[in-house]
Design a binder for this molecule. Structure first.
Ligand code: C5P
Length: 221
């Protein structure tokens, strides 16, 4: 039997990260925060002075192939040994991630990196195309959504709790711009896999969403 994978895809700030982390913890599975890889790519390119244009996509893909990306067990993110966990979470970094994520050459460079996270006893993958592109054979695919207002509020609280500044109206606008770009791009657009189960996380608690996913997972055993 292939190594199990649970895919959790959905728009920005739908609670994917937190929920994926908790599901992985409860099951003792590894965790793939695929968005972090695009964030790292955007940051690495900006720092190297490469403009984030389609013309530069091969250079950006090259740069990321040569970089050393690491995740610590407590999910801190390392780029060539430097802890960039905070730097990749700013609104600028979010927008840059979504820009480089639209380039097929970049997605190609990150494809195998992501598949290499798959290991026993299992993996929870959090992103936009886990179920559609990276792990199409995954036995459980969840498409997690929430209203834009709920998501903006969640992002606001996240940023404030990290000591970063935030403005609600700007966040809502950024989030809608990023969703639109993620959904309308040609390469691996954000959309539910045909066999995804939909979960709306606007109303319930994080724990309820986690329990729902664990129940779905048990039903597949
Ligand atoms: O999930 P997160 O907000 O960290 O992702 C940052 C950006 O990376 C997203 O807006 C999206 O453009 C891109 N992304 C993607 N495919 C994934 C995960 C993230 O294109 N699997």
């Amino acid at each position: 039997r292939p190594t199990p994978v649970i895919c959790i895809d959905g728009p920005t700030a739908s609670g994917k990260g937190t929920i994926a982390g908790l599901v992985a913890e409860r099951l003792g599975f590894a965790l793939l925060d695929s968005g972090a890889l695009y964030r790292i790519t955007g940051l690495a390119a900006s720092r190297a002075g490469i403009a984030l244009t389609e013309d530069n996509a091969p250079a950006i893909a090259d740069l990321i192939r040569r970089s050393h990306i690491g995740f610590t067990p407590d999910q801190r993110v390392l780029l060539d040994g430097e802890d960039i966990s905070l730097a990749i979470r700013t609104e600028d970094a979010s927008m840059n991630a979504s820009r480089v994520a639209a380039f097929p050459a970049v997605r190609e460079a990150l494809l195998q990196v992501q598949r290499d996270f798959r290991r026993l006893p299992g993996l929870v993958g959090d992103g936009r195309d886990m179920g559609t592109v990276i792990f199409p054979d995954a036995p459980l695919k969840v498409y997690l959504t929430a209203t834009a207002e709920c998501r903006a509020e969640r992002r606001y609280k996240q940023l404030i709790s990290k000591g970063l500044s935030a403005n609600m109206a700007d966040l809502l606008a950024d989030l809608q711009a990023r969703d639109a770009r993620d959904m309308n791009r040609a390469a691996a657009p954000l959309k539910p896999a045909e066999d995804a189960l939909h979960l709306d996380n606007s109303e319930g608690t994080i724990e309820q969403a986690v329990q729902q996913i664990l129940t779905w997972w048990e039903q597949r055993q």
